[in-house]
Design a protein around this ligand. Structure first.
Ligand code: ZN
Length: 270
């Protein structure tokens, strides 16, 4: 947990201060969902360490049971791809092989049309099925910055986008998971992305066609949502595939994404 004093080693602090149920690895914690948030808050207030020094970044989601993504969910992005706004959310999937932490180097060997997509990621904190929109946000544990890295040639080869979406390392996410109490309105967040020094994406989650609460409710009509599940909510305009003559990602490029209150996610391509 990121605190003003440093990064608290929760498992070690729980060994020292209790409760013991917090002395678990991050994947186990996330599968418990928001049930452990109250004891975690208590621990963070009580513990005075230990703090991690120079630890490597890991992904703020661990072993999710589902990674769902929404395509074409920003009005101006739908326009740049020449498509009309969809009548229902366009859902597709990525797999855990795609997860990569803040600061990751993503291997693009043999790939020709690598593109970036700055996105707001939603992490589920409570089991739910057939949720009403009014209760959907209660099932959210928190939010993170994500990059739905995409290879457009593979994406468009068949009717299924899957192949171009879930290449190893194609889901950088982080640096943090920010709990939902710190994000009062997920539809009022500025979202920006820079390729090297060039600002490519600059939008606001207010431009989403389907809001977070609508997406969570929609997915839960057919799928039980479980703690730790991840939903990517689509990208705003400014991706390379919207350009007339795209200058695809090259080895050595970086892409950095910032969303209000969620931090800055940096990825390098090799
Ligand atoms: Zn996307």
């Amino acid at each position: 947990v990121a605190t003003d004093a440093g990064i608290l080693d929760v498992a070690a602090a729980a060994e020292a201060f209790g409760p013991r149920e917090l002395a678990v690895d991050p994947a186990t914690f996330l599968h418990h969902g928001d049930r452990l948030l109250a004891p975690l808050r208590g621990l963070v207030e009580a513990a005075d360490g230990p703090f991690l020094d120079g630890a490597p970044w890991d992904t703020p989601v661990q072993a999710p049971r589902k990674i769902l993504c929404v395509g074409l969910n920003y009005r101006r992005h739908a326009e740049e791809t020449g498509k009309s706004a969809p009548a229902e959310p366009v859902l597709f999937a990525k797999f855990p092989n795609a997860l990569a932490p803040h600061g990751a180097v993503v291997d693009t060997a043999g790939l020709t049309q690598v593109d970036f997509e700055a996105e707001l990621a939603v992490v589920i904190g409570r089991t739910g099925k057939r949720l009403r929109e009014e209760e959907a946000l209660d099932h959210v544990l928190g939010y993170a910055v994500a990059n739905d890295v995409s290879e457009r040639d593979l994406q468009k080869r068949s009717g299924q986008w899957l192949l171009g979406k879930t290449v190893d390392g194609f889901l950088p996410i982080g640096p943090y998971l920010v709990t939902r109490d710190e994000v009062p309105n997920p539809q009022a967040l500025r979202i920006r992305g820079w390729r090297n020094d060039e600002l490519r994406q600059d939008s606001d989650t207010a431009d989403m066609i389907f809001s977070v609460r609508e997406i969570v409710a929609y997915v839960s009509r057919t799928m039980t949502l479980s703690p730790g599940d991840v939903i990517l909510t689509g990208t705003p305009e400014g991706v390379l595939t919207g350009d007339d003559d795209p200058d695809w990602i090259r080895a050595g490029d970086t892409y950095a994404i910032e969303i209000d209150g969620l931090g800055r996610l940096e990825t390098r391509f090799a």
